[in-house]
Design a protein. Structure first.
Lengths: 464, 72
């Protein structure tokens, strides 16, 4: 990658390290001349055409300078190093001698901390394409120190603080997947024994998907994502083994694979980076926070599906109950969230903002319905919303969470919309649809419909 | 000091065996003034020693590092 390192301190150490890691690096000659170089169309910086910029500024407002650079380098990842916070987290961050000798205020540890933070942030910028929802974790030397198949489940040392941090992410709604090369979790298997230990904060039940065997992790991760109905681009993969990380990057480049920390006994910085870089958007709504538990119930639902003789029997056994409502201002955060991240069952994929929803909810000329669902395993929350324009009789937005798919909730919702419009004397004329690479499931549903609808669509969902 | 010669070659990014105790800052192309500071810091980190500010300018050859490459 082509990295420009800009700032108001000596930056040569960063250039040395990034070059050794195989990157192409540019430093502005002289000292603190980066603003002129950015403005000068004939500068070396411009000719270099960086893909990423690391800004290391002491005693300067980072945010303003980042905004200034972004405006001049559109499309380039610009990251300012958060020096004050890194200094708080890193003992011996500063070196007063080197500051005096060479205007290099950082120790080697400080330099290392700045570089690691930058690489993390770059991954986050790249990851910005898709919000992350899944944290896939290795076991040996990642969740505990040691190898359970060799040392024994009783002999390994848990990274307890790291595990508690992982549980905190789970509580915010991050889904956990266990990807470990070990014997599968039979009752006497080491993986079962280690998670049964009282001093291990995590338990196997905390994972939405457990994939423990000797097959390649990329394949196991794909299968786990399929079971969770989420794309691999929503995964962050943490593994101590550089070979596993490289294989994951090679086979599934959409997966984020952050650098592994030097010592997981002090995991605060690593956890903070995971949380900020990848999962900052998770945890905003009650549905988010309940998601990890909902997905666990999802596993129970799938097991029921495997035992139910027919699909009808299975859907009936789920005891699906729905409460349709006209949306209120209280629903806006959930609506905006669903609009932002629902891809598969999304008619038009219009990424409406909270402000737009506020306007729609208040607009007497539009109808916004939410659909809240419970089943035999518990509360699923609002899993669907529909917006209609009575003046045309058309549905303009039809969005349903992917974890609600396959339960005839969409038929129930459309029945409700048809009846509600009919009560106003309006015939449901159709649903606006814009094909995307991902909304095949919605288009498949639309293809089963003929407007105007002749009557009620068949559904296994009952009224509350 | 053999270990230190290998270590210094690694820090400077030059082939192993290309350095002697007489190698000096400026005589090896990779060993410029910024790399000199890096060598000071890396030496401290590896050998657990501390090189005082006033001693840094007096370090010219690799032999000059001898007092700081002794493990305490």
């Amino acid at each position: 990658m082509k990295i420009a390192v800009l700032g108001n301190v000596t930056l040569d150490f960063f250039a040395q390290d990034f070059r050794r890691a195989g990157h192409d690096v540019y430093l502005v000659p002289g000292f603190d001349g980066w603003r002129q170089a950015a403005l000068d169309p004939s500068s070396g910086l411009r000719a270099f055409a960086p893909e990423a910029i690391l800004l290391v500024l002491e005693n300067a407002a980072a945010a303003e300078n980042v905004a200034w650079l972004r405006a001049r380098f559109p499309g380039v990842a610009v990251v300012a190093s958060p020096l004050a916070r890194l200094a708080d987290e890193t003992p011996g961050f500063w070196d007063a001698r080197m500051r005096q000798l060479a205007a290099l205020p950082f120790s080697l540890r400080g330099v290392k901390a700045i570089e690691e933070e930058f690489l993390f942030a770059l991954d986050g910028v790249a990851a910005g394409r898709a919000p992350k929802k899944i944290l896939a974790l290795d076991g040996d030397n990642t969740l505990w120190k040691g190898v359970i198949s060799e040392d024994g489940a009783a002999a390994v040392t848990p990274f307890a603080e790291f595990q508690r941090g992982v549980l905190a992410l789970r509580a915010r709604g991050v889904l956990l997947v266990l990807l470990s090369k070990n014997d599968p979790p039979a009752p006497a298997a080491p993986i079962t024994q280690v998670f049964a230990r009282a001093d291990l904060p995590l338990s196997l039940a905390d994972f939405a998907e457990v994939r423990v065997d000797w097959s390649p992790k990329a394949g196991n991760l794909l299968a786990a994502c399929q079971a969770l109905n989420l794309g691999v681009e929503s995964v962050v993969f943490v593994d101590d083994n550089p070979v596993e990380r490289a294989q994951m990057r090679a086979h599934l480049p959409q997966v984020s694979v952050p650098p592994f920390p030097a010592d997981l006994r002090e995991p605060a910085q690593f956890l903070r980076r995971l949380s900020e870089v990848y999962f900052a958007g998770v945890g905003a709504t009650a549905e988010d926070r309940a998601r990890a538990d909902m997905y666990r119930r999802e596993s129970a639902r799938r097991e029921l599906a495997a035992t139910a003789a027919t699909l009808d029997g299975y859907l009936d056994s789920l005891q699906l109950v729905c409460t349709p409502s006209r949306a209120t201002v209280d629903d806006i955060p959930r609506l905006a969230q669903m609009a932002g991240k629902t891809n598969q069952f999304n008619a038009t994929t219009i990424r409406r903002t909270a402000a737009e929803f506020a306007a729609l909810v208040a607009d007497p000329a539009r109808r916004v319905w939410t659909f809240r669902v419970t089943d035999a395993f518990g509360e699923m929350g609002i899993v669907c919303y529909v917006i209609a324009d009575p003046s045309t009789g058309r549905v303009t937005d039809f969005v349903m969470s992917c974890r609600a798919m396959g339960r005839t909730i969409e038929q129930y919702a459309l029945n409700h919309v048809r009846r509600a419009l009919a009560a106003e004397g309006v015939t449901l004329a159709g649903i606006d649809c814009a094909a995307t690479a991902k909304n095949g499931p919605f288009r498949a549903f639309l293809a089963t419909l003929a407007f105007p609808l002749a009557g009620e669509l068949r559904t296994h969902v009952r009224d509350a | 000091m053999d270990d230190f010669l290998l270590f210094a070659a690694d820090v400077l990014g030059v082939p192993q065996g290309s350095l002697t105790l007489e190698s000096a800052c400026g005589s090896v192309p990779e060993w410029d003034s910024v790399m000199h500071l890096r060598l000071v810091m890396e030496t401290e980190a590896r050998y657990g020693t501390s090189i005082p500010l006033e001693a840094v300018p007096a370090l010219h050859t690799l032999a000059d590092f001898a007092p700081y490459v002794v493990r305490p």
